[in-house]
Ligand binder design. Structure first.
Ligand code: NAD
Ligand code: UDP
Length: 336
């Protein structure tokens, strides 16, 4: 199948492009490189041994998006392109709504014009806000706690209405929990700009000596060790979930929503201990105040994806840490 991957040069996109190519699909990437580098795609080509199409295009530029559809003529779209920094979204909400929501509207309009109505969409567990029930099921109410999260809720609503208006759309909405790790070759991985916001890249940068020590946000949560619990999922498992979601779309149209997580929660200290075992030395840390907006505990009920997609995240916490560490130690400056 000819598959267009928006945001394909980013962290999850590169891993998914590789999985799609390895499954025999013909893949092209549309990315404005706002938060990624071309080098990631060169490395995907080296791993797959196959060429990847690349369009240096912004979703906010409709004529250029149209050109991509004319030239590549995709049969399906995987839509990763978005801005994703929670703190920045609080500071610059309009930029986030413009990029994420308008970008998605432009994409859907181009898809409609070119009669491509097969879409797998990157959503996030952030749409559940502070969940009332754990594990979180797809039926839980949607209520984000920041503009980034609301932009995901809005995009989900837009897709719901598109399908209501035209049931021939084939939509799969994937709500990711905490994607971490890297391809086991250590050649592609997460390359955050500046100081990382997320736990895994922060810990690996402490371990490699780029940062002095980890600050653990909160040691007084009502959890076994007092630190926050999350559902970390290996990025390659996540990428494989996209392939499965695409394969399982109803040929006659449909709209499905799936949690992609492991269903298992680990605390910040569990993650620190796992890294210490793998790296072979202590990770210096201090426990500081809670980070505003954080919840104590968040993990998925992945039952729907298991049943409907016959997909399950198989890689465990040690493998997530090992692969994240291999990527970080082989590429201390990322793709630079
Ligand atoms: P990323 O920043 O590495 O990748 C996103 C890519 O989209 C980047 O390459 C960026 O340059 C591109 N992009 C952004 N705006 C664009 C635009 N207007 N036009 C063209 N390209 C544009 O992020 P990621 O971690 O790979 O995330 C991919 C998707 O998954 C995003 O939609 C994100 O919101 C979602 N998600 C990520 C996480 C996570 O923790 N990484 C969790 C849940 C959901
Ligand atoms: N965390 C931390 N220190 C950091 C970054 C994160 O203690 O420097 C904690 C955070 O409070 C949460 C967990 O690690 O409990 C995962 O945070 P991350 O930002 O990676 O993902 P989130 O679930 O917030 O999207």
């Amino acid at each position: 199948m000819r598959i267009l991957v928006t945001g394909g040069a980013g962290y999850i996109g590169t891993h998914t492009c590789l999985v799609l190519q390895q499954a025999g699909h013909d893949v092209a990437v549309l990315d404005n490189l706002a938060n990624s580098k071309r080098e990631g795609l060169t490395r995907v080509e080296a791993l797959s041994g196959r060429p990847l199409g690349f369009y240096h295009v912004d979703l906010l530029d409709p004529p250029e998006v149209d050109r991509v559809f004319r030239e590549f003529a995709p049969e399906a779209v995987l839509h990763f392109a978005a801005l994703k920094a929670v703190g920045e979204s609080v500071q610059f909400p309009a930029k986030y709504y413009q990029n994420n929501v308008t970008g998605t509207l432009n994409l859907c309009a181009a898809m409609d014009r070119h009669a491509v109505r097969t879409l797998v969409f990157s959503s996030s567990a952030t749409v559940y806000g502070a969940p009332e029930e754990i594990p979180i099921r797809e039926e839980a109410p949607l209520r984000a706690t920041n503009p980034y999260g609301w932009s995901k809720v809005m995009m989900e609503l837009i897709l719901t209405d598109l399908h209501r208006a035209d049931p021939t759309w084939r939509l799969s909405v994937l709500r990711y929990f905490n994607p971490v790790g890297a391809h086991q070759s250590g050649t592609i991985g997460e390359d955050p700009t500046g100081i990382p916001n997320n736990l895994f890249p922060y810990v690996t940068q402490v371990a490699v000596g780029k940062l002095d020590n980890l600050q653990i946000f909160g040691g007084d949560y009502p959890t076994a060790d007092g630190t926050g619990i999350r559902d970390y999922i290996h990025v390659v498992d996540l990428a494989e979930g996209h392939l499965r979601a695409l394969e399982r779309l109803d040929p006659n149209g449909g709209h499905q929503i799936y949690n992609l997580g492991t269903g298992r929660g680990y605390s910040v200290l569990d993650v620190v201990r796992a890294f210490e075992r793998i790296v072979g030395r202590a990770i210096p840390y201090e426990i500081v105040d809670r980070r505003s907006g954080d919840v104590a505990e968040c993990y998925a009920d992945p039952g729907r994806a298991r049943t409907a997609l016959q997909w399950e995240a198989g890689r465990d916490l040690d493998q997530m840490c090992e692969d994240a560490w291999r990527w970080q130690s082989q590429n201390p400056s990322g793709y630079a």
